[in-house]
Design a binder for this molecule. Structure first.
Ligand code: AMP
Length: 376
């Protein structure tokens, strides 16, 4: 076990890294962040911030010398960096899981080869592939770049082959996945942690609504049947085992015509798991510390129904949001990530509302959401 007082490394300086640091420092660990951005939200509160690229040999040597274990908060860390660090210290998640999740082609191949249900898809590397893929999937379809797409970015809907070709040209004919656009009853996600000893702790299933491809609101417990809850948790557990995963893992699902389809895997804590900070015995970030340090995993129990709402940069369009709407609500919690520039679509923070039922939590969260935006 790596005990408090030790130094932990974090690759990536975004809000997920920042929330990890709050948890880790509360538990008495020191943290070194590696991120090239001098103003990164995690870098600002770390014990030390190495401002360097993720392949920088000097920075990686520093991490190896100082850290007992290293983790990540973002999936586009080069696998070679993780491999290099793994020669010298505990690295979780490992390079296999991260490289699978950072490329849609590997991710979909992994899911298909292990028999996990997904929306229909085909890989596109040539114009012939695209024609054949469209023939197989039929409209409507969504073309998604295989790398560096997130939150609906790098994806375009196409209702016929002409539109798909035009979209692919705009994507500079990059390698893509063409996916059938399925009817969404709803979307859910499962966060879990798997320890160095293979123990798994699964969080309650969250139900997620998106706006413009970005998570808008998460409500827990999800309003879906106990059978689907169980099945989603079992699939997520099986994915973690097949990936030989250590750390916190998120699996996003579509529920389409009563069936679960795996959408994406994230090898890290997840936006839809932020509710765990205020409403679970152990937050997803404390769990990340526990998993990488070889500590027993914490209890994932939900202490209260909860709704979480993302605060995107768009909200600042007409000035500072009306924070008092959150702060005056006795069971609401505000989390801001310390980002200075509120760009449209940028995740600036979130808030959670606890209530006696999921529906009441959702209603309170939506009521606050309506009041937050400053008038023109
Ligand atoms: P992604 O970044 O791939 O997770 O997509 C962002 C959001 O777009 C998802 O959470 C869904 O709301 C929607 N979406 C993506 N792919 C599909 C699909 N194949 N069918 C229906 N909706 C989709």
């Amino acid at each position: 076990m790596i005990l408090p007082g030790a130094t932990l490394g974090m690759l990536g300086g975004g809000q997920l890294g920042r929330m990890f640091i709050f948890a880790a420092r509360t538990m008495g660990y020191r943290i070194i962040v590696l991120d090239p951005d001098p103003l990164s939200p995690a870098g600002e509160i770390a014990d030390e911030h190495l401002i360097a690229e993720y392949e920088d040999a000097c920075a990686l040597d520093r991490l190896v010398r100082e850290c007992a274990a290293v983790t990540t908060e973002f999936e586009n860390i080069p696998a070679s960096t993780l491999e290099r660090l793994a020669l010298h210290c505990v690295v979780s998640p490992g390079p296999l899981a991260v490289s699978t999740a950072q490329n849609r082609i590997y991710e979909k191949s992994f899911l298909r080869d292990h028999g996990f249900p997904t929306a229909p898809f085909a890989f596109v590397q040539s114009e012939d592939d695209l024609i054949n893929a469209f023939e197989m999937i039929r409209s409507p379809a969504i073309l998604k770049v295989s790398r560096f797409g997130y939150d609906g970015k790098g994806q375009t809907k196409a209702k016929d082959l002409r539109e798909a070709l035009a979209a692919w040209n705009i994507m500079k004919r990059e390698t893509c996945v063409l996916e059938g656009q399925v009817h969404l009853d709803t979307e859910v996600s499962v966060i879990l942690a798997r320890g160095l000893d293979n123990e798994i702790a699964v969080y309650p299933v969250s139900e997620n609504s998106h706006a413009n491809g970005v998570l808008d609101i998460t409500v827990v417990p999800a309003c879906v049947s106990p059978e689907l809850i169980q099945e989603a948790q079992n699939i997520a557990r099986e994915i973690a085992i097949q990936l030989e995963y250590v750390g916190v893992l998120a699996v996003e699902f579509f529920i389409s015509q009563g069936k679960l389809l795996v959408n994406e895997i994230a090898p890290r804590p997840h936006n839809s798991g932020h509710y765990t900070i205020d409403s679970c015995v152990t937050s997803q970030f404390e769990q990340q510390v526990r998993a990488m340090c070889g500590l027993p995993l914490g209890d994932t129990r939900l202490l209260s129904p909860v709704a979480m709402v993302n605060l995107l940069g768009d909200l600042w369009q007409n000035g500072e949001p009306h924070w008092e709407e959150i702060l005056k609500s006795p069971r609401a919690k505000l989390h801001l990530y310390g980002k200075r520039e509120p760009r449209a679509g940028r995740k600036m923070g979130h808030y959670t509302c606890l209530a006696s039922t999921a529906m009441a939590a959702r209603e309170e969260a939506l009521k606050i959401q309506r009041e937050l935006r400053p008038e023109k």
